[in-house]
Design a protein around this ligand. Sequence first.
Ligand code: PEP
Ligand code: MG
Length: 764
Amino acid sequence: MQTRRGDEPRTLPSEPALRVILRRLREIMAEPGDGQSRLDKIVRQISGLMVAEVCSIYLKRQDGSLELFATEGLKKEAVHNTRMKRGEGLVGRCAEIAVPINEPDAQLHPAFSYRPETGEEIYHSMLAVPILRGGVVLGVLAVQNRTRREYSDEDVEVLLTTAMVVAEHIVSGAVAGVNAAAEISRSLAGVAHGEPISEGIALGHVVLHEPRVVVTKLLAEDVATELKRLESAVHRLRASLDEMLSAEALAQAGDHRDVLEAYRMFANDRGWMRRMEAAVREGLTAEAAVERVQNATRTRMLRQNDPYWRERLRDLDDLSDRLLRILAGRTTAAREGLELPADTILVARTMGPAELLDYDREKLRGLVIEEGSGQSHVAIVARALGLAAVGQARGIVELVSTGDPIIVDAERGDIHVRPSTDIVTAYSDKVRFRARRQRRYQALRELPTVTKDGARIHLHINAGLLVDLPHLHESGAEGIGLFRTELQFMISSTFPRRDKQTETYRQILDGASGKPVVFRSLDIGGDKILPYIRHPKEENPALGWRAVRISLDRPGLFRTQIQALIRAAGGRELSIMVPMVSTVSEIEAVKALIAREVDHLAKRGVPRPERLRLGAMVEVPSLLFELDALMPQVDFVSVGSNDLMQFLFAADRSNAQVGHRYDPLSVSALRALKQVVRAGARHGVPVTLCGEMAGRTLDAMALIGLGYRTISMAPASIGPVKSMILSLDAAKVASVVDELLETKSGSIRSYLQDFAKAEGVELA
Ligand code: PEP
Ligand code: MG
């Protein structure tokens, strides 16, 4: 290979040249010698092969400065003497922004920092690339030339590839004086922000839901094999994206659909594939090729200031991560059966409720997701599991690695990654404070739930799994106001047979020890998809084939569940509640179906329930205008405020962009809720509310003001809500709410807050 010096015209490194570089690097790694001598050889080789007068390696020290560790071309005495402070000079800047810097005249750049001891004043052009490992900058690799020139994209790729080899070398611990592990851990310290979706504070260790693959083998043994591996992995990636976008899964995708479409576009991009294949032909393994192309494309994209491209960069990162996982044969942490730490904090870009339930609940403490709103079902499951959870934590996946210490503050929405000891101490105090508060709530457990003026309020819990049962007794709740039966179906990989269902429901009834339990019939569809049930492609899954609609269209499934419930009751009282009822005729149809099953089983000797209570959920607005016809058909109604609000305001509950736009404490929503209480009173039918608002103290106060006397909520909310009730005057809040509903428009939240403050109502 020809090398040229000085100002001679230079050619781009051709493909074979890149192969030569990789072969040389491989030889250097195999030759005897210590870490420093290998770095010296690398800079010498790269300088020669890239026709650069200077090639230098700077590595990060504990204090964040960059020390010149090896150079070809700069003065030797500068090695281990020249140190750039954090962010200083172009080298420091490259380390800070973690993308290549390509400057035809570095000395004219405002960030240029002149170091006389290096003798670099004669060099003008500079190309610096970060030495990255798992997204963390370990140092900078730079080349310089006398001539003023912009380095080509190929030059950038050569240098990035070399930087990957250097990173591998450093992480192996071979370079004396560089503690790469410490560097990695220190540079990850930081705070990210999101929105609390399940209240609490958790200290623990990160488990990446979709573990990132760290590429350790860079150099290919056999190019043909690697090309085949790459091709088959890309093929599988495309197939998996097609599957995700297929009819069955679209409903689950929800607002991620656009993202998936963008992924599919990327995955089918010929240029992407060509670049990866070229990298393999140069001698990289398939994994290293994916990473190299990811880094190079990232550089090109970051040159654009357009936010659109920055967003696409996230897509590319995610897609490359997926491809690496396929190459490494990995799926999600739960599916891989990884041993979870006892204080696991799951971190994910996005997660469905079923995926969360895949994990060993005993070991989960918290959850952080880049998407997801408080009303989404994954948030509901997180609350049911008592996890501290934060959603909308943009960029968190790139910030953490499995095993990192992390604190999830789901009171404020802060996430502390690799926190310092003072932060850990501060949070340990906070956790102790919360524990004290929890003990105070527990002390309230045996007290009757009565307002200051003597109104008796009944607090129930929402549940859906056997693990929820202990919460019923620990919280002091009077019963289970909503048992989401679909959660059992979601954690099963096949449709649970009737006997299995019977057994589960029996365990719930036995475990409740006589406290009432309201079983809600299967509420699937929307964002709750069962992988083993075919679901048609739907444009608007929330408005689609869901809940009672499926039950009536597929009576076989429904009848099995009803039979299981009747058998489990074994003659005891049984309450069944029907979700997503939109017309009275639907509840009539369900009623007839249940009556038939009771008769059918009675003929086979299964005892009839001592009392069978049938309830309708009021969560579709149409029902608000048919309440007088509905009430005589049912034994109780329960307002599903999560869905009711989404439909009233036409704002998708799982889309954080619109999910928070409308306040349930608005006069429009509260008037609707009031109508239900009034209709119940007119017909002597009990009315409850089991949406998430029941568990928020201010909202619960408003509900009592509207006349609700039974509400059902996540177990962790029972204490705070009870404490609020004990400090509340029900008649006073009723008259304030009535007046506000008559005189105001829009949100009345601030008035309610003022009332609570003035009256000393405890809102936790
Ligand atoms: C609701 O919609 O308010 C409700 C309780 O049901 P889910 O959240 O399960 O849809
Ligand atoms: Mg609902």
